[in-house]
Design a protein around this ligand. Structure first.
Ligand SMILES: [Mg+2]
Length: 237
C-alpha cells in the first residue's frame, strides 16, 4: 500500500461525509468515531484469512468507505448507500461477516467462531468491533465470560469504540460500563492504534470522539441527525 496514512484518512472522512449527506441520514457520529480504527485494522493489521465482525452494525458506512479504499467496493456502489437494493445503513452479510444492527449480537457470534477455530486448530484471528453502549447488553457480557472461560483471547480481539455516547445520552448516564475497564488508547492517533494492535491484550479500548472533526463533534446530535448543506460544507472544510 503506497498511499500515505494522511491521504487515506482524508479520503475516507470526506467520502463518508458525502455519503451521509447525500443519503440524508444520521448515524454519522458513531461511524466517524470508529473510522480511523477500521482504516488501520483493514490496511495494516488484518491478513486475508482473518475475520472482522462489525457488531455496531449502524457503522456500516465507515466499513464501506474502508472497503472502497481497498478496491472491494467502487464509487457506484457507494452512491447506493441507503437506497433500495443498495448498501444498507446497517451492515448485512453481503459486505460483512454477519448482518448486525440490534446491539449485543456481534460478540456472541465472534466467540462462537473463536471457539470453533480453537477446536479445529484454525490459526486465523477474529476481530470484533463493539460500541461502548453495547457493553451494557447482557449477551455481550455473557460472551465475554465465555471468552474468558474458554481462553479464546489468543485468537479473538475485542475492539471497543469508546466514544462515551449512545443513542439517548452519555454511556455513563445510561449504565455503568466501568467493569469493562481496560487500558485506553487514542482511537484517532495512528501511533496509538498501532500500539494497541501490537500488544497482547484481547480487549482494545479506544478513546474516540463521536462526530470527530465535524460540526457535531462530541455531541449527541451526531447520533441521529443528518447534516444540512451548511453543516456538510463546514464539516468538509
Ligand atoms: Mg458509543
Amino acid at each position: 500500500m503506497n498511499e500515505s496514512w494522511d491521504t487515506l484518512q482524508k479520503r475516507v472522512y470526506n467520502r463518508l461525509l458525502e455519503m451521509h449527506y447525500e443519503a440524508n441520514v444520521g448515524h454519522l457520529g458513531g461511524n466517524i468515531s470508529c473510522l480511523d480504527i477500521l482504516l488501520y485494522l483493514h490496511h495494516y493489521v488484518m491478513r486475508p484469512e482473518d475475520i472482522f465482525i462489525l457488531s455496531k452494525g449502524h457503522s456500516a458506512g465507515a466499513l464501506y468507505v474502508v472497503l472502497w479504499t481497498l478496491g472491494i467496493l467502487d464509487d457506484e456502489q457507494l452512491r447506493t448507500f441507503h437506497k433500495d437494493g443498495g448498501l444498507c445503513g446497517h451492515i448485512t452479510s453481503k459486505h460483512g461477516t454477519f448482518s448486525t444492527g440490534s446491539l449485543g449480537h456481534g460478540l456472541p457470534l465472534a466467540v462462537g467462531m473463536a471457539k470453533a477455530d480453537q477446536i479445529t486448530n484454525n490459526k486465523r484471528q477474529i476481530y470484533c468491533l463493539l460500541s461502548d453502549g453495547e457493553l451494557q447488553e447482557g449477551s455481550t457480557q455473557e460472551a465475554r465470560n465465555f471468552c474468558n472461560r474458554h481462553n479464546l483471547g489468543n485468537n479473538l480481539k475485542i475492539i471497543i469504540d469508546g466514544n462515551g455516547w449512545q443513542g439517548i445520552d452519555s454511556t455513563e448516564t445510561c449504565l455503568d460500563i466501568r467493569p469493562w475497564n481496560a487500558v485506553r488508547y487514542n482511537g484517532h492517533s495512528k501511533e496509538n492504534i498501532k500500539r494497541a494492535f501490537d500488544g497482547i491484550q484481547n480487549i482494545l479500548w479506544f478513546q474516540t470522539i463521536k462526530g470527530y472533526n465535524t460540526i457535531y463533534e462530541n455531541k449527541l446530535e451526531s447520533h441521529y441527525w443528518p447534516l444540512t448543506k451548511e453543516q456538510y460544507e463546514a464539516s468538509i472544510r
